[in-house]
Design a protein around this ligand. Sequence first.
Ligand SMILES: O=C(O)CCC(=O)C(=O)O
Ligand SMILES: [Fe+2]
Length: 209
Amino acid sequence: MNLISCLKFTADPPSSLVLIEEYGRHITRIAVSALFEAIAQALNLELSGDQRSELLSESTGLIRVYRYPQSSSVEAEGEALGMEVHTDSSVISILKEDETGGLEIMKGEEWLRVKPVADTLIINLGDMMKAISDDEYKSVKHRVKKKDRTRERHSVCYFVSPQRDCVIKSSNYKPFTYSEFEAQVQADVQSLGTKVGLHRFSPKSPLFL
Ligand SMILES: O=C(O)CCC(=O)C(=O)O
Ligand SMILES: [Fe+2]
């Protein structure tokens, strides 16, 4: 039985917590030792051990468990949007979704549906990876749009993020701490209803602060 099935059938909340904690530990290991290591090599990133642990901090690792309910309203027919378009703020995000599907990524001007594959994790790169790679890697825009509104969807997402006071340096952005970035995202979402993200820190952007 996979994680999502286990969580669905566990009636006992403390057992769910133990499962999620254990999942988080495994995922951190995969993200840090396998994925990030390969990316750092490909990009020739020269990071000390301390810089690495600040950037991929276990203390700021966040797990979100989602349940996208069925929708019975007629207005929502065919358009049961699950999650608005966004990029993740993280360094790396690791997603486990059930077989319902609905995740879409933007490639060029087109939305591509990600086909659910059993026992497979989906790796997404976040804004912090885009910044530290000097935009070599992108943080892809994505959304959740359930096709079948009569079915519930479950997913579990693990976000690997920097420590709050970690300074992100990049040739394309002014140096900023992760907490400054998060605060700016919150402020923009509150005032504009949308995330502006890295453009706020890019001197070339009209949205630069
Ligand atoms: O539930 C999903 O499949 C996607 C979740 C997501 O993109 C997010 O939490 O940032
Ligand atoms: Fe996301």
